[in-house]
Design a protein around this ligand. Structure first.
Ligand code: CP
Ligand code: NVA
Length: 302
């Protein structure tokens, strides 16, 4: 494993190794056991979109590992003025030990890895959000003990979250049911990937069918970053695609509810369900820190 560009690049074993290391780092942090695996190393963090969790968890994670992180906004970088990613990659590779990038196009992340010579970590693109899904899987295993026999259900947009969740959940052995409106399905290559898993993957427009007997329910905003202009159109298309009491009543009684955050209450999830499951939702947010520290150790320890 040289980069984390998308989850489908990782073997099932590599995903489990990251999750195991993440558990260990979480334990060590809780017990004040230092783990300065990246002493003297620097992570550059390029942000072309907003972030609370990703920025803060990578920055503090790097600090806890004995290294440092640089916040590089595209408003300040020459990349924002048109310097090609090929050149940026080759320059940054001479200063840094790793790059985390949050941007629009997946190709930009892949190009950074192609032209640079240091590990690249995808901190969200329009196509996928691998770091988030590693934290989600970590949280699911923490609460449920294992992935065996579990059913995940995602309600909403076939977006970056859905794309990555489908890959991640299927790879660790869970089954996956997606409920999304027509015209908002995940990317075609993700649907092709899911085909390899036979009836472990299902897609429907009917939320109740997807949520039936689910062990984990997940959702995300109706309009992602960069889709602000489609807000009104999307509010119409996604009306009813909400995790609420009715949806919870057909899931398992002890079902988890996860949300990558930020959440839009009374849109994709009701305030009531959100608050009833706040414990695991914020554990999920915390696990971003541990999962990403594991990724950085795997990629950057050298
Ligand atoms: N879930 C997530 O990636 O949050 P941020 O956009 O705040 O980084
Ligand atoms: N789908 C959302 C996820 C945010 C973490 C977005 O891309 O804006």
């Amino acid at each position: 494993m040289k980069h984390l560009l998308k989850l489908s690049d990782l073997t099932d074993k590599e995903i489990l190794e990251i999750l195991n290391l993440a558990d260990q780092l979480k334990y060590e942090r809780k017990h004040n056991i230092a783990h300065r695996h990246l002493e003297g190393k620097t992570l550059g963090m390029i942000f072309q979109k907003s972030s609370t969790r990703t920025r803060v968890s990578f920055e503090t994670g790097m600090y806890q590992l004995g290294g440092q992180a640089l916040f590089l906004s595209n408003r300040d970088l020459q990349i924002g003025r048109g310097e090609p990613v090929q050149d940026t990659a080759r320059v940054l590779s001479r200063y840094l030990d790793g790059i985390m990038i949050r941007t629009f196009e997946q190709k930009e992340v892949e190009d950074l890895a192609k032209y640079g010579s240091i590990p690249v970590i995808n901190g969200l693109t329009d196509y996928c959000h691998p770091c988030q899904i590693l934290a989600d899987l970590m949280t699911i295993r923490e609460y449920k003990g294992s992935f065996k026999g579990l059913k995940a259900c995602f309600v909403g947009d076939g977006n970056n979250m859905a794309n990555s969740l489908i890959v991640g959940c299927l790879k660790v052995g869970m089954s996956f049911a997606l409920a999304c409106p027509k015209g908002y399905e995940p990317c075609e290559d993700i649907l092709q990937f899911a085909k390899n898993y036979g009836d472990k993957f299902t897609m429907t427009t009917d939320i109740m069918t997807a949520a039936k007997d689910a062990d984990v329910l997940l959702t995300d905003v109706w309009a992602s970053m960069g889709q602000e202009e489609e807000k009104a159109k999307r509010e119409k298309a996604f009306a009813g695609y909400q995790i609420n009491d009715a949806v919870m009543s057909v899931a398992h009684k002890d079902a988890l509810v996860l949300h990558c955050l930020p959440a839009h209450r009374e849109e994709e999830i009701t305030e009531k369900v959100f608050e009833a499951h706040a414990k695991e939702i914020f554990e999920e947010a915390e696990n971003r820190l541990h999962a990403q520290k594991a990724v950085m150790v795997k990629l950057m320890k050298g």
